[in-house]
Design a protein around this ligand. Structure first.
Ligand SMILES: *Cc1c(COP(=O)(O)O)cnc(C)c1O
Length: 353
């Protein structure tokens, strides 16, 4: 607290990211990163971009990257808004496309950045409870709102909504913007990008942080009607004209163009997720059906917090959310096959003790 702060600063409740421990040989399964590096073509592209050209500003519009997204998704570059991580794209979205005529709706169990942005931008929030089975209850979103947002698959549950449900929601909700945060969509869910031509109030947001193994490059993007995208550009150009540096634009473009790398690694993670699920179920865990690169699991006998600490003592870091409906669960990122086996082995030991 300082008397030099703008008074608003004292009232902020900032987002708390998962721990990035400094110890070297931990098995890090707490922030949904990939357990292996990105496509070698990404590294080559970044090396090539690391030149004297760095004296020049980057392309403020990230033109080549927009074109790469458009190629990868079969859409028009005018339907693409890239940003410095999808967190930044989300921030601009809350500012540009949500309104304060009614509350912003999102699930009671979801990505914890949404409440932070609502309060930062002075938007009223209203949480909509997930069903007892931790599914998004679409009927409950049919109420006055200033915007709707949810991840698909949801985080931290991993449960995906079918595309037909999203389309039904869009048919009922035509006067405010519906945002589908697809941070984990590549691991088996259906993308709503196929609907953006038909629904001018749909914005879909994706990231290279998870499925492209590029959390450290900080690149994400929104996809929607060209007029929604223009609203985002106006906000971005009132805040930071060059959010993506030259290395990020080069690396991200190369990542999107390497579809073969992407498919191989995605399939590997999905196979490891199935093995991890079977292993955990063998120990008596209930594992929610995940379409993401993490699982959300609880054990009838184990206290989640104690299990998290027991794993940590064995060098394995997982995430625990100490909130009423989630405190019995551990969220475990899907790692390599060896890492997944090791988690099951250590949890087995902790439960037997
Ligand atoms: C990881 C994550 C993000 C943020 O991704 P970045 O592109 O790394 O900022 C956004 N939404 C959800 C639901 C996430 O899990």
């Amino acid at each position: 607290m300082s008397r030099f702060w703008n008074p608003m600063v004292a009232g902020l409740s900032p987002y708390v990211p998962g721990e990035q421990p400094s110890e070297q040989d931990l098995v890090k399964l707490n922030t949904n990163e990939m357990p292996f590096g990105p496509s070698p073509r990404v590294i080559e592209a970044i090396h090539a971009a690391a030149s004297d050209a760095l004296r020049l500003y980057s392309d403020p519009e990230s033109t080549a990257l927009k074109e790469a997204y458009a190629r990868a998704l079969g859409i028009d570059p005018a339907q693409v808004f890239p940003g410095n991580g999808s967190d930044e794209v989300l921030a601009h979205t809350f500012r540009a496309l949500f309104n304060d005529s009614a509350p912003i709706l999102y699930p009671d169990i979801t990505y914890s950045f949404y409440p932070v942005y609502c309060s930062f931008f002075g938007l009223e929030a209203k949480t909509v409870p997930l069903t007892d089975g931790f599914e998004i209850d679409l009927a409950e979103y049919r109420q006055p709102n200033g915007g709707i947002i949810f991840p698909n698959p949801n985080a931290p549950t991993g449960i995906a909504l079918p595309l037909a449900g999203i389309e039904a929601l869009l048919q009922d909700n035509t006067d405010t913007v519906v945002v589908v945060d697809e941070a984990y969509v590549d691991f088996g869910a259906e993308s709503a990008v196929s609907l953006i031509d038909r629904y001018p109030n749909l914005l879909v947001i994706q990231t290279l942080s998870k499925s492209r193994a590029l959390a450290g490059l900080r690149v994400g993007a929104a996809f929607g009607d060209a007029e929604l995208i223009e609203g985002l550009q106006r906000v971005k150009n009132s805040f930071n004209s060059y959010p993506l540096d030259r290395l990020a634009q080069a690396g991200a473009t190369a990542a999107l163009d390497d579809q073969a790398w992407f498919e191989t690694r995605r399939d590997e993670i999905m196979a490891n997720r199935e093995a991890l699920t079977v292993g955990l179920e063998g120990l008596g865990f209930e594992v929610l059906p995940s379409m993401a690169n993490f699982v959300f699991a609880r054990h009838p006998a184990g206290e989640a917090r104690a299990l998290q600490q027991g794993l940590r003592a064995e060098g394995i870091v997982v995430r625990h959310f100490d909130k009423p409906r989630t405190r019995d669960f551990l969220r475990i990122t899907v790692g390599t096959a060896d890492q997944c086996e090791r988690v099951v082995e250590v949890l087995g030991g902790l439960l037997a003790a």
